[in-house]
Design a protein around this ligand. Structure first.
Ligand code: ATP
Ligand code: MG
Ligand code: MG
Ligand code: MG
Length: 484
């Protein structure tokens, strides 16, 4: 079943059950310094859940575009993490609660494909519940799931809060057993690769206060209006229904990967078994390329452009990572003019605006690649010399001065220096690098003051760039407030 059809069936199932279809919010559509991009379907409904606004409907369904940069290191290594993905979700605002949510999820999961469902084998579905949520446990029993396949888990996996006073509650998640060729028996607690999480049902049940962390708080009371928030990874259910190993092999992603393999003459999957974590580095790189090119397309499509700070810097890092990955596979030319149109063709059936807007999107993308390639050409030669010198002198780290010279003279980003050095088994004296950066800033300030030219103080501009840019890159950590 094609991804677009899986999405259509999700919307149809919940629409037939009284849900209003709400379009995805654009990826950057949030005014929140802790969250650069929408990372779950519920984000656009937060004012309803917090009781700040009243929705015009009691039930909603959406397919939300999401970005999760904290997952970036998993991409290509696990079978199930993308930087961009789509989250199917159904929501109840003070309407149905646990029983309704569990029934609706089970129905769509197990109803036959001929009748419009996903036709999953009920015996392969393992629900988890929060360890003391006996109510959810017995609802799954009533549906007919045997006790041995209902797993009780702790706060880390099965409790949701936003880390602030307000609504919170236990979750119940659906895992699909992909079979013994994917790993150990024993359920989701033992192996989250064989048992793939595909759906999270959040029961917003309590009001919490005294919040020290996302798992440390005091429950004040039961909420008068209990809510449901669910999230199903569209790419995950697609990988299950399409019978492929991982989400980089589904219909919306695989063609990008295939083209990258063709360009670089790699035979994808030649060395890998089913089990994630045992992949050949070339296969991981091909998956990273496919994932990141698609993410870049979706980000630029939603109005983000490459820059040295905030959202634009996350985009820049993701694009550079893709370009570096394909270079490591031996491709030295421009890669995006080959790959981006394929990503567009994969995604345009669901997002026709990508087609219309492609001229603008590709102009930004190709210019970014060109700029990065010239930086790379200049910097790599110098860096290679530094690496050779370091080795020759028996040191195990590049000096702060070498990293600084690359940054200052050649515009070679420090994060890339770190990455390349690491690949060569070397460290970088980052403290030394930071000291030199600080010295330079101080000098620039003093110069400006001495000259008193009356022109704008360029050092301030420089400081802002440095703070938001490569020096203190926090783009990945910054988006840590996962929504559940
Ligand atoms: P995991 O434990 O596998 O990282 P999660 O518990 O962090 O997933 P949730 O926050 O519960 O995920 O999000 C709801 C659903 O969104 C998940 O059940 C999964 O299907 C999907 N999902 C989450 N993160 C990703 C990702 N990086 N790529 C693709 N799908 C994802
Ligand atoms: Mg996760
Ligand atoms: Mg999980
Ligand atoms: Mg989860």
């Amino acid at each position: 079943m094609k991804t677009a059809e899986i999405k259509r069936r999700y919307l149809a199932h919940f629409e037939a059950n009284g849900h209003t279809v709400v379009p995805s919010a654009p990826l950057p559509a949030i005014d929140d310094p802790n969250l650069l991009f929408i990372n779950a379907g519920m984000v656009q409904f937060v004012p309803y859940f917090l009781g700040q606004q009243t929705p015009a409907f009691k039930r909603a369904v959406s397919v939300q575009k999401c970005i999760r940069t904290p997952d970036i290191d998993e991409v290509g290594k696990t079978s199930r993490h993308g930087t961009f993905f789509q989250m199917n979700g159904n929501f109840s605002f003070g309407d149905y609660f646990k029983e309704g949510a569990i029934k609706l999820a089970w129905e769509l999961s197990t109803k036959s494909q001929a009748e419009g469902g996903y036709g999953l084998d009920p015996e392969r579905i393992w629900p988890t519940v929060y360890h003391d949520d006996d109510e959810a446990f017995s609802l799954w029993r009533q549906i007919g799931v045997p006790e041995k396949r209902i797993v009780r888990r702790g706060k880390k996996d099965n409790y949701w809060s936003m880390g602030i006073p307000g609504p919170a509650g236990p979750c119940s998640e659906l895992f699909y057993d992909r079979g013994p060729e994917y790993g150990n028996d024993g359920g989701p607690e033992v192996d989250e690769d064989r048992f793939m999480e595909y759906w999270n049902l959040v029961f917003m049940q309590y009001e919490i206060t005294d919040v020290k962390s996302k798992t440390d708080f005091t429950i004040v009371s039961e909420l008068p209006n209990k809510n449901i928030d669910t999230g199903m990874g569209l790419e995950r259910i697609a990988s299950i229904l399409q019978g492929v190993d991982n989400l980089y092999e589904i219909d919306e992603v695989r063609p990008i990967l295939a083209r990258a393999a063709e360009m670089t003459g790699k035979r994808y999957g030649a060395h890998s078994g089913h089990v994630a974590g045992e992949s050949h580095p070339d296969d991981v790189r091909l998956r990273v390329i496919a994932d990141h090119v698609r993410t870049a397309l979706m980000l630029i499509g939603d109005g983000v452009t490459p820059s040295n700070e905030g959202r634009g810097y996350v985009l820049r890092r993701i694009m550079r990572r893709a370009i570096r990955a394909i270079r490591l596979l031996g491709w030295q030319e421009r890669a995006l003019p080959e790959l981006l149109p394929i990503a567009r063709d994969c995604m345009a059936p669901s997002y026709p605006e990508l087609e219309k807007d492609f001229e603008r999107i590709s102009t930004y993308a190709y210019a970014e690649e060109d700029a990065f390639l010239s930086t790379l050409r200049a910097g790599t030669t110098i860096l290679d010399t530094h690496i050779a010198e370091t080795r020759k002198s028996g040191q195990n780290a590049l000096s702060g001065a070498q990293a600084f010279q690359l940054h200052d003279t050649y515009g070679f980003p420090i994060d890339l220096t770190l990455e390349i050095a690491q690949e060569q088994g070397l460290d970088v004296d980052q403290d030394g690098f930071r000291r030199l950066m600080a010295d330079q800033r101080a000098r620039a300030k003093a110069d400006a003051a001495a000259r008193k030219t009356g022109h704008a103080d360029l050092s301030a501009y420089r400081n802002a760039l440095d703070a938001g840019g490569p020096v203190e890159f926090t783009g990945y950590q910054e988006v840590s407030r996962e929504s559940r």
